[in-house]
Structures are given as C-alpha cells and as structure tokens.
Design a protein around this ligand. Structure first.
Ligand code: TTP
Ligand code: MG
Length: 349
C-alpha cells in the first residue's frame, strides 16, 4: 500500500507577500494587476475571500466587492524562492516529489511508518522555518490525497486511511474526479451521475458507451483507485553518491576504508527515493589525481551489499593503481519504462 501526501500552500502568493511585509497581516489583500486596467488577481488573502474575492477575478471587480482591498503586484521570483525552500523541506523525507506548481506537490512517503505524522512535521517545519502555512492530504494515492488536502484548509490536514476509502468516495461529487471539467460534469449530471457512488453503479461497458476511452479512468477513480506514480522532475537513470577527498588516497586499503560511509549514505538516499525494483546494475567510479576517471559496473537486479562495491572497487583500482581523489558508488536504474499517459497533463487548462 502506497502512502502519498499532497501538500498545498495556503493563499500562497498572498502569504509570501505578508511574510515580507508583516504590516499586511490580517488585512484583505489581493495579488495581481491594478484595478484601473484589465488586471486580474492571482490570489487573495483569506480576509479578502470573506468578501467574495477570488483567484482569476478582475481586480476592478474585486475592489468593488471589497473597497478596503490592498492590491500588490506579483513578485514571481520571490514565490519561486519560497517554493524551492518548501521543496527542500520535502526532501528531508523523500526524493519522490512531484511538484504541480509553485505551491503544490505530491510526495511518495511509502517508506515511512506514519505518513500522517510526517505531514504534520512537514507543515510544522514550513511554519517555523518559512513563516508560511500549508495544508496536506494523506492517502493511498494521488487522487484521494489531493482531495483530502482541501478538507481542512487552511493550515490543516486530513488522512484517508485505506479502510476509509469507500466511504470517502461514495458521496464525492463527480466534479472532484480528476479530469472531469464542467462540460463532462454537466453530461454526467444529465445521465443521473452526481456522485462517485452513482458512477460505481454503472458497469465498465455502460461507462464506455457513455464516455468512450475515459470509461476506465472514471470506473477506477469513482472507486478511489488511482495507480499513477509520483514522478520526479526527471526519470532517474541512476542513483549514486560520491565524495572528493582533501588528500588523495594512495592505497587500495585506504580506498576500501572509505566505502562503508559512502554505502550508508547511498542506502539512505535509495530508501528515501524508493524504486529498489528498478535496480539494473552496480557502479563504482574513481577519479584520479590527474582528474582522469574510470568506472566499473556490473549488471544486477537486486539491492547491492557493501561487498559488491568492494569487489568493483578492487577491479577499478587494478586498472591504474594511481592516487584517487574521488570515489563514487551507486546503482543504475531502469529508465526506459514507457511514459504513462498522465491525466495530470490533460486537465490543466
Ligand atoms: P491555489 O493553491 O489554487 O490558491 P492559493 O494557494 O492562493 O489558496 P488556497 O489556500 O486556497 O490554496 O493557487 C496557488 C497560487 O497560484 C496562488 O497563490 C496564485 C496562483 N494562481 C494564479 O496565479 N491564478 C489562478 O487562477 C490560481 C487559481 C492560482
Ligand atoms: Mg494553495
């Protein structure tokens, strides 16, 4: 069973503005273009939302709804910087991170005991270190995690345990199904499908007649089934660690002595990253005093032991026997899996 966390920052751009201009805290704030032109809001603080002010609303209309509204122009480079800082916090827990935008990401934390606690820790770190708040959803897959992160917004979190999935989806409006936009939702309503529970009543064949190639997707999601992986920004081809030494290592024994620490470091990162089943080979890399390098590699489809790297290191060393300034080790991974068609890509705009 996988454990996925979806983190979504609270009124992100507005919260970043408040962080750097504390005098704005507690005030109705809109981030966007000026009200005297065709400016549009990117977002608004919760104080402004009480007046009905929303993302994507023309600034002029927002000011009519909320005359006290303070409008500030967006500062994207600042939001990017904060977003990167948030991502650094995620990386303490996992390397399987899929950002959806500056303020949102999926994390695969299947390796941890208690994903609910990890989410709480991540949110606490964001609050303490960055002076921003985030909400989180914790669930066995992306679809449920993303819905759950909205449940206790702002500054809250909600966990959908595996035994809660059936109840969670039954009453869920079809609009919440990822990829179901207004047009599809309207059609579904006309066919008597208002909730995921309604969709569950229809067979796959019936759904295929109504929705063609999207039937399987609707069939699965309405049952809370979603097998989409959390994709890193890039598909990993290898996972290696390396270290450059202040003083060149002149004997094989000296090099061998460095391996346990490197191995532990590698193992820790590998556990965070996951994907043990994708291991296809072991690699050792040496860089010599003259910056020339050599690598030695064998094919294998299992978790490597320290001794695997020791024998690779011996062979790599035997090639030259010269002083070594850098040692690297790790695994090659299978990266030629077919790219899965990801509905995330379809429904953005
Ligand atoms: P959201 O997460 O949709 O909104 P939010 O973070 O401002 O508020 P919430 O607490 O409800 O999550 O979007 C994240 C940021 O993306 C938002 O701060 C500004 C930007 N954005 C736009 O620029 N245009 C838009 O239409 C939307 C929806 C968001
Ligand atoms: Mg947000």
């Amino acid at each position: 069973m996988r454990k996925i966390i979806h983190v979504d920052m609270d009124c992100f751009y507005a919260a970043v503005e408040v962080k750097y201009r504390p005098e704005l805290r507690g005030k109705p704030l809109g981030v966007g273009g000026p009200a005297n032109s065709r400016g549009v809001l990117t977002t608004a603080s919760y104080e402004a939302r009480k007046f009905g002010v929303r993302s994507a609303m023309p600034s002029a209309r927002a000011v009519r709804l909320c005359p006290e509204l303070i409008l500030v122009p967006p500062n994207f480079s600042l939001y990017k910087k904060e977003s990167q800082a948030v991502r650094e916090i995620f990386r303490r827990y996992t390397e399987k991170i899929q950002p959806l935008s500056l303020d949102e990401a999926y994390l695969d934390v299947s390796g941890v005991d208690n994903a609910t606690r990890v989410a709480r820790e991540i949110r606490a770190s964001i609050a303490l270190e960055l002076n921003l708040t985030a909400s989180a959803g914790i669930a066995p897959n992306k679809f449920l995690a993303k819905i759950a992160s909205d449940w206790r917004k702002p500054n809250g979190q909600f966990t959908v345990r595996p035994d809660m999935v059936d109840d969670f989806v039954r009453e869920l409006p079809v609009e919440k199904i990822h990829g179901v936009g207004q047009v599809t939702a309207k059609r579904m309503h006309e066919l008597g499908l208002r909730t995921c529970g309604d969709v569950q009543q229809r067979s796959l064949v019936e759904l295929a007649r109504m929705f063609g190639s999207r039937a399987q997707w609707l069939y699965d999601l309405s049952r809370g089934i979603d097998k989409r992986e959390v994709h890193n920004d890039f598909q990993r081809k290898s996972l290696t660690v390396e270290e450059t030494y202040g003083r060149d290592l002149t004997t094989l024994d000296e090099c061998l002595k460095k391996l346990p620490e490197l191995y532990d470091d590698w193992a820790q990162r590998m556990r965070k990253n996951g994907g043990e089943e994708q291991i296809r080979g072991f690699i050792v890399k040496l860089r010599f005093y003259d910056f020339k390098r050599t690598t030695h590699e064998i094919s294998a489809r299992r978790w490597p032991n320290l001794s695997d790297f020791e024998s690779l290191l011996r062979r790599a060393w035997d090639r030259r026997g010269d002083p070594v300034r850098l040692i690297g080790l790790g695994v090659r991974m299978n990266s030629d899996e077919p790219a899965e068609s990801d509905p995330d890509q379809l429904s953005l705009f």
